[in-house]
Write a protein that binds this ligand. Structure first.
Ligand SMILES: [Zn+2]
Length: 166
């Protein structure tokens, strides 16, 4: 028996056993040697590997274990670990802004009339000249505020500062 390593025209490698080299030639010529992958009978020998009997207890040829491919060690990411929680530590500019917002709020609440939840109605009356224009502040739902803005009535949310609820 003889083993041939074969390859078809498409480049598929396969192996086949033949009683002899002449037998391979005969079979190949008659189109009996077909690539198992694509069925092509246009195959050619790649290399010949005669089957060797291993009688006599000769040790099997030690298959030299290929050196294991270098296993890429996971490189610890310098940015590893859970992402930090959002925290804030106010620096001087932020404190200044906060103080300014508080000043704005204090000014409005001191100088404007508090109209409570009639804010939207009051704002509308002033806008359409039904009442005298003055500064007011009060509560307004987001949809009311949006409606006012759509009517061209400029309203602003009062800045909220952290110590509002003291
Ligand atoms: Zn093939």
């Amino acid at each position: 028996m003889i083993r041939y390593a074969l390859a078809c025209r498409e480049g598929h490698d396969f192996e086949s056993w033949f009683p002899s080299g002449e037998s391979y030639d005969a079979q190949a010529k008659r189109g009996l040697v077909a690539c198992p992958a694509c069925g092509s009978t246009e195959v050619e020998k790649r290399l010949m590997a005669p089957a060797l009997s291993r009688k006599g207890g000769s040790p099997k040829a030690a298959v030299e274990p290929d050196a294991k491919p270098e296993t890429a060690l996971p490189v610890p990411s310098p940015m590893g670990g859970p992402p930090p929680a959002a925290m804030t530590l106010l620096s001087e500019p932020e404190r200044a802004i906060r103080a300014m917002l508080k000043a704005v709020r204090d000014h409005v609440t001191k100088t404007a009339d508090y109209v409570g939840d009639t804010f939207a109605d009051e704002a509308r009356r002033m806008h359409y000249g039904e009442t005298e224009h003055r500064s007011i502040y009060g509560e307004s739902s987001p949809s009311e505020a949006k409606a006012l803005l759509e009517e061209g009535i400029e309203v602003h949310p009062l800045p909220i500062v952290a110590d509002d609820r003291n």
